[in-house]
Each structure stands twice: as structure tokens, then as C-alpha cells.
Design a binder for this molecule. Structure first.
Ligand SMILES: [Cu+2]
Length: 163
């Protein structure tokens, strides 16, 4: 069991090294969400709209990352977990600087501010897919169930595409 855990940690570090979670666009792009704001939601639950779920292409057996924009038209909520049959484990991660290195770490939830939005995007929050059960090829789709603290669960189709 410890050996498996060790192997998993190695895989996660390798993925980090090759850039599945690598820093994405410069932070300057963060405030400009006009391209996503006008997009029809892929799904919605309660006051929450799930917009443009997508994932990077990735090899089977490796790790992947999925991204989404969560818009909230109501009171503050929180994305508390994600599940999918596409990977052996699914976690919510963030990226942060550790010295001069960008590193990712699991978080216990991602706040969705009242009457606002949060973006899961390269270089920031992401849905981490650990141990993919199949290759993720461009234009493939797979299902992810997002669980919100207040709004409850919602199923979304995630599309694979190049960043
Ligand atoms: Cu990650």
C-alpha cells in the first residue's frame, strides 16, 4: 500500500514536471472573463451555472486536469468535490508558488462567491484526474459530477481540447 502511494506521488510529481498542471496564461488574463461570461452554461444547479468544462489531452494511465468557470447568481456556495469514472481518483487542486516553483496541492473545497464567479483554469484551481482509465483525445468528452455544498450535485460533460 505504501509502495502504491509512493508510486502515485512520483506520478504526480512527474506530471507537474511535464506541465499538466504547469502555469498557464499570465495572471493579467485573470480579470478578463468576457469570453466566458456570455457563453451558454453547460449545466446548472440551483443558482450555479457551469460554463465551458474542458480538459487537456492526456495519456491513459497518466494524470489529467479539467477546468471550468462557475458562475453564481445567488448566495455564496462551495465546490466540495468532483467525481468521474474517467480516473481512479479525482481531487480539487490549486497551484501556488513554493519558493520559485509552482506547485499544486489538494484543497478541501473551492469557494464560489455570492453573485460572482470562480475560474478553474491553467495555473490556478483545477479538477485533478489521477490515474486516467483511458487516453483523453481532443474532442473526446467524459462525465464529471460536481458536488456543491449548498446547491448539491450536478453532472457535466467535459470536452477534451488543447489549451
Ligand atoms: Cu493538480
Amino acid at each position: 500500500m505504501m509502495r502504491l502511494l509512493g508510486a502515485l506521488i512520483v506520478v504526480v510529481s512527474l506530471t507537474l514536471a511535464v506541465g499538466a498542471c504547469a502555469p498557464g496564461q499570465p495572471m493579467g488574463a485573470a480579470g478578463k472573463s468576457s469570453t466566458t461570461s456570455n457563453t451558454a452554461p453547460a449545466a446548472s444547479v440551483g443558482a450555479i451555472q457551469v460554463i465551458e468544462p474542458w480538459a487537456r489531452p492526456a495519456v491513459g494511465g497518466g494524470n489529467g486536469a479539467a477546468y471550468i468557470v462557475l458562475k453564481n447568481g445567488g448566495a455564496a456556495d462551495k465546490l466540495v468535490s468532483a467525481k468521474s469514472d474517467v480516473a481512479k481518483a479525482v481531487e480539487l487542486h490549486t497551484m501556488e508558488m513554493s519558493g520559485s516553483m509552482m506547485q499544486m496541492r489538494p484543497v478541501d473545497g473551492i469557494d464560489v462567491p455570492a453573485n460572482g464567479q470562480v475560474e478553474l483554469k491553467p495555473g490556478g484551481y483545477h479538477v485533478m484526474l489521477i490515474g486516467l482509465n483511458k487516453e483523453l483525445k481532443p474532442n473526446d468528452t467524459f462525465d464529471v459530477r460536481l458536488q456543491f455544498e449548498k446547491a448539491g450535485p450536478v453532472d457535466v460533460k467535459v470536452q477534451v481540447r488543447q489549451p
